[in-house]
Every structure is written in C-alpha cells, then in structure tokens.
Design a protein around this ligand. Sequence first.
Ligand code: PMT
Length: 397
Amino acid sequence: MQTLSGKRILLGITGGIAAYKCAELARTLIELGADIRVVMTQTATKFITPLTMQTISGYPISFSCSGKKYSMKHIELAKWPDLILLVPATANLIANMRVGIANDLLSTLILATNTPISIAPAMNQNMYLNRATQENLTILAERGINIWGPKSGKQACGNLGLGRMLEPIQLVERCEVFFQIKCLQGKSILISAGPTHEALDPVRYITNYSSGKMGYALAEAAKLFGAKVTLVSGPVSISKPKNITRISVKSALEMHQTILNHAIKHDVFISCAAVADYRPKTISSQKIKKTDNRTQMNIRLVKNPDIVADVGKLVKNRPFTVGFSAETQNIEKNTLDKLIKKNLDIICANNVACSNQGFNSDYNAITIYEKQKKTQLPLTSKTKLAKAILLYISECL
Ligand code: PMT
C-alpha cells in the first residue's frame, strides 16, 4: 500500500560505511510510492556506486554544481523535494551544516533550501558523544532539523555503542510519521492479538501457534495512522508497544469479557487473535498425575463463546467489525461463511497451511473479503501488510 504516494524525497548520501544501506532505503521508499532523487558527495561514491542508486531511483545522480549544465542545479534541487533526508549524516556533515559550509552540491543545496531536512547520524560512538558533535546536533535541532537516530549496537569499527544509523525500515517509518498519514486520526481501534491458553491443570494448557506478530503489527500501524489503540493480547513474548493501551489476558473467556467490555467504546474492532474454539470442561486444581494403569486419557472440551460474533451482534454502538480467517482448505468458501455468520463488515483470510506465512512468521498474505468484493494483498512483511489493511479499513469508515 502506497503510504508515501506522491511524496518527493531527496536523499543526500554522504561518505560513511552505512551508505550501503541507502539502496534498501531508496527501494523501500519507492515501493511505498515516494518519488526519489539522489545527490551524493564524492566520498559517498566510494561506499555505494552511483550506478546502484541511479538504477534504483530511476534518475541520474547529482554530484557537482560546477559546469554550465549544472550552474543552477542546487537551486532546482533545493526547490524540488517535500523532504531532504541526509543519510548517513557523518560528524563532518553535521559540523559543516552547523557552520553553513557550502563546498559541494549537497552542502550548497542544504543552505539554499526551505524544505524540511532530516538527518540520520551514523559514526563511531566516541565521535558521536564528543562535545563538539553533541553541540552541533543541539544547534541543528534548535534550527528545526529532524535528528533521526542514531541507535546503539555493533559499529563498523568493532565498538559497541551509540552511533549506528537507524535501519532503512526505521527511517522509512520516520518518513511515514513525518508525512503524517493520519487517515485514522480521531478514531479508536480495539485489536485482539495472539493465542489463548486454555488451562487443563496448574501446569498445562491447550493453545496454538499464534505469536501475536500480526495483531501487534496492526496495533502499530493503527497508531502510526493516528488512531487511539487498545490491544487485548493473549500470552505472547512481544513487549508492550509505546503509546498503546495493552490489556493482557490468558483464556478465551477472559478475552471475551474484556473485548465485550471495550467494544462499544471503539470505532473499529479487529479480531486477529487465534482464540481457542474449545476449552477443557474442568480445570483440575492439582497437577493431573500420570498413572501406571492408564494408557489413554480423555479430555472433555466445551465450546468457547465466539468473541467476534458477539461483537457482530451488538445493536447499539456496534464498532466496524473486522474478522480474520485462518484456513488450510476451501479458504474462500469458509471465509465467506464466517463473514455472514459472524455478521462482520470485512474479513481478512490467510492460508495457514503455507510454512513461510501466517502463524508465527514475519510474513503473511491476505485476501480481504466484503460481501461483494475481494482484494488481494500479496505476501509481504506483517508490518507492511498491517498498514495496507488499516488503510483499507480507513477507506471503509
Ligand atoms: O499471531 P501470528 O503468529 O502473527 O499469526 C497471525 C494469525 C495467523 C493468528 C492471524 O493472521 C489470524 O489468522 N488470526 C485469526 C485466527 C483464527 O482464530 O481464525 P478462525 O478462522 O479460527 O476464526 C475466525 C475469526 O473468529 C477470527 O477473527 C477469530 O479471532 C474469531 N474468533 C474465533 C473463535 C472464537 N472463539 N472467538 C473469536 O472471536
């Protein structure tokens, strides 16, 4: 889904080892609909070839403002973008920006532009923590330059510390936030995620392979698009996302009660949790013992309430209700049955028989069904897919 559609981003690439990541950065920005132009310093060309960046961006790379053809290049380029992103922002570039040095095309256009500028610092941790760099960054921030990163981690020099450039995907997310695709501003979204645990005794439970990744990605995407998000999560090992209300539950009964308490206070409910359809009829208060004479054991199961169907039935203040459908066969028929039976507005079907998608994978492919319409969202990361699903929902509201 094209979250950066029509946005004009000028990538200013400077000479640092992290420059090689600019290929991935440019490719992802373009995939999301951004129009990219690239200006490189001469040193940058030692870390990543202009041919690579030209091939990815689809436009010639600019280096120099000398020569007749280029005499007004810095002015043209300074006017063109909606955002200038300087990657990696070396200590040298940051110092030059503070002073206002204009000795090549990139530094000249930085001085000549009125366009917002973001920088992604990347350097050795001592250089980053040096008072000179810190003072330079403070001054740039005061002038309204966005400072994106750095983060901590292993550095090219072998050191461990603060100074690594943000990853391309993190920079892309900063761009999305910068352009504020606030299609869900003012909306409240309730999302269920993860599995449920249906207890048998104090030490055992029945569950499934849901990791919560899809539901958490939906929560992050909804937040990114400006929604107020409540996440009702089964037991997962993902940490609580920032600025999202998370309510942790274990069993389907607990999830049912929590969702039904909150649903009417939300504009949208997305039921992504893999809720157990059945639970053990009784929960033994003591650990069930293995006995010598018993070679088989029967567990009586009873049906759990259907959470999303109960939300679908609400008459007053019913939220826009989105189901998921996890199927291994007859996907379309089974999904359309659920859409009708559970009275859903839309349902997202995924084939959970494929090993590289669905349960506990970072990837998924979804087909969104409405009564008369189906839309395919091909295999991609759950992060990207979640954005596409949320944009789709925002257009239904
Ligand atoms: O968590 P991940 O590892 O990232 O995996 C993601 C996922 C595969 C779990 C997710 O994409 C998904 O398919 N979630 C729905 C799983 C599921 O329970 O599907 P279902 O077809 O059995 O149920 C249909 C719908 O009814 C779902 O919206 C489900 O949340 C809901 N349901 C089911 C049973 C029940 N008792 N109450 C419910 O609300």
